[in-house]
Design a protein around this ligand. Structure first.
Ligand SMILES: Cc1cc2nc3c(=O)[nH]c(=O)nc-3n(C[C@H](O)[C@H](O)[C@H](O)COP(=O)(O)OP(=O)(O)OC[C@H]3O[C@@H](n4cnc5c(N)ncnc54)[C@H](O)[C@@H]3O)c2cc1C
Length: 434
């Protein structure tokens, strides 16, 4: 029996393992194994809400072991450290927070290997960025943003009675005006209001909490629709969020950051949301990679120099025939690639012809907190320029996450999960208060 190993149970990998488990695994036509360093899955587009405290990650976790049992695949918790492509064997360490030994615990043979290990923050070699800025590429990173913000609000709140109001200002600088940066800015603004309402701090959320987005490109959301970027910029301005475009952050320090090589800017919290690259590990497998270290894949998502290794999601560099450039690092891409491979891998194993992957762009939605969002929708019957704003856009944004829950849990469980999420929100304060 063939063994298919999927490494990484994120937006792409979990979806794929479930798809393969429900077909090949259930009929015992192949052994399907999912490997992840963590025991639980969290949908990554929630991370800015974890950082703002508006989402409690434990409520949204799903256990890989549970999904494996329900969907006919095996789950192994482990951290991928190397791939021996000539013998088709991968090596894993134990994975998880407690894994500090780095000892190789097990080897796993594969017939087909799918790399779906996601992306990491790209610092572009900026001095001090890795050491002093916070990153949103993991739950622990997101939690650190929340803790740092709370600490700054409480500390400055104590100084708020001083006549020097400038000294009691909290300054949050978000480096990178892409989707992650702007969504985080809006969430943090909302959180600053909620924490004031519950007496966690006594600062004026509008006047005493400065939130700025710093972007090196001439406009927000580089690479996305210009009209969408303009609409998002207007909404952020209404929320009193500072937007500085054409500004290059050249250093990050314990006190803040330096702009354009010379201008120091004080900041209590600096979040680096300026880019995504593949983990350095991918390049060590001897596969062809692009400048971001993402594995280059061909039309069927097989790595260019190894037909037994596939790469999907943020760790892959994919440019399908119908796309003008490499696909962006987005959940929509990861999801479609997973659905494609769930169909294509069994065909490869059966020696059947496999059609190339085609990406369908359904548009972009940017959430702006409090159930609001702004979005541009894909062209319908050749007519482009469809935009949605406000609560309707917020509902559409939420629907993307709900679809993810349905696709991994089925309709009935997804309904129960969504009701429990709604109850959790209704019972809580709207943000974590500690
Ligand atoms: C704050 C934020 C907001 C976002 N908002 C949006 C949005 O609104 N819309 C959108 O389309 N996209 C959004 N994205 C991007 C989206 O989350 C990613 O494109 C998507 O999650 C990529 O899926 P993936 O499966 O490639 O990687 P991930 O979802 O990151 O999953 C990678 C998995 O691999 C595991 N892993 C990593 N390394 C190893 C290893 N060595 N061994 C074993 N396991 C490993 C990880 O534990 C993880 O489970 C957002 C991202 C962030 C950070």
């Amino acid at each position: 029996m063939n063994t298919i190993v999927v490494v990484g149970g994120g937006a792409a990998g979990l979806q794929l393992a479930i798809g393969l488990g429900r077909t090949l695994g259930k009929r015992r036509r192949a052994r399907v194994i999912l490997v992840d360093r963590s025991p639980t899955h969290l949908w990554k587009p929630l991370l800015h809400e974890v950082a703002a405290g508006t989402v409690e990650p434990t409520v949204h976790y799903t256990s890989f072991a549970l999904q494996a049992e329900r969907n006919h695949f095996e789950f192994i918790q482990g951290d991928l450290v190397s791939v021996d492509r000539s013998h088709r064997v991968i090596s894993l360490t134990a994975g998880g927070e407690a894994d500090t030994s780095g000892a190789r615990l097990r080897q796993l043979a594969y017939d087909k290997l799918v790399l779906a290990i996601g992306g990491v923050t790209q610092y572009f070699g900026v001095t001090g960025a890795r050491e002093h800025a916070l990153a949103l590429d993991s739950v622990s990173g997101a939690e650190r943003v929340r803790e740092r913000l709370h600490a700054a609000l409480r500390r400055k709140s104590a100084a708020a009675l001083s006549p020097d109001r400038e000294a009691s200002k909290v300054r949050v600088a978000i480096v990178g005006g892409g989707a992650t940066g702007v969504q985080l800015a809006a969430q943090l603004r909302r959180t600053s209001y909620l924490l004031n309402r519950y007496g966690v701090h006594q600062l004026d959320p509008n006047r005493d909490v400065d939130i700025s987005v710093l972007e090196a490109a001439p406009s927000l959301l580089p690479g996305m629709d210009g009209e969408l970027a303009a609409r998002v910029a207007r909404q952020l301005a209404k929320q009193n969020i500072g937007i500085a475009t054409g500004q290059r952050v050249t250093a990050v320090t314990p006190q803040g950051l330096t702009l354009n090589g010379t201008e120091p800017v004080d900041a209590d919290v600096v979040v680096w949301a300026a880019g995504v690259a593949a983990p350095a590990l991918v390049a060590s497998f001897g596969l062809a990679v692009n400048e971001k270290g993402q594995a280059r894949v061909g039309p069927t998502l097989q790595c260019l120099d190894d037909e037994n290794v596939f790469a999907i999601g943020d760790c892959a560099s994919c440019r399908p025939a119908n796309a003008a450039k490499e696909l962006p690092t987005r959940a929509q891409v990861a999801f479609q690639q997973a659905l494609y491979l769930a169909d294509a891998v069994p065909r490869h194993l059966a020696g059947k012809p496999v059609r190339p992957f085609v990406f369908r762009d359904y548009g972009s939605l940017i959430s702006l907190a409090g159930g609001l969002a702004v979005g541009s929708l894909a062209s319908v019957k050749g007519i482009s320029g469809w935009y949605v704003e406000g609560r309707l856009a917020g509902l559409l944004h939420n629907a993307i996450y709900r679809r993810h829950i349905v696709s991994i849990n089925g309709w009935r469980r997804a309904l129960a999960i969504s009701i429990s999420h709604g109850l959790e929100r209704w019972l809580g304060a709207g943000t974590r208060l500690h």
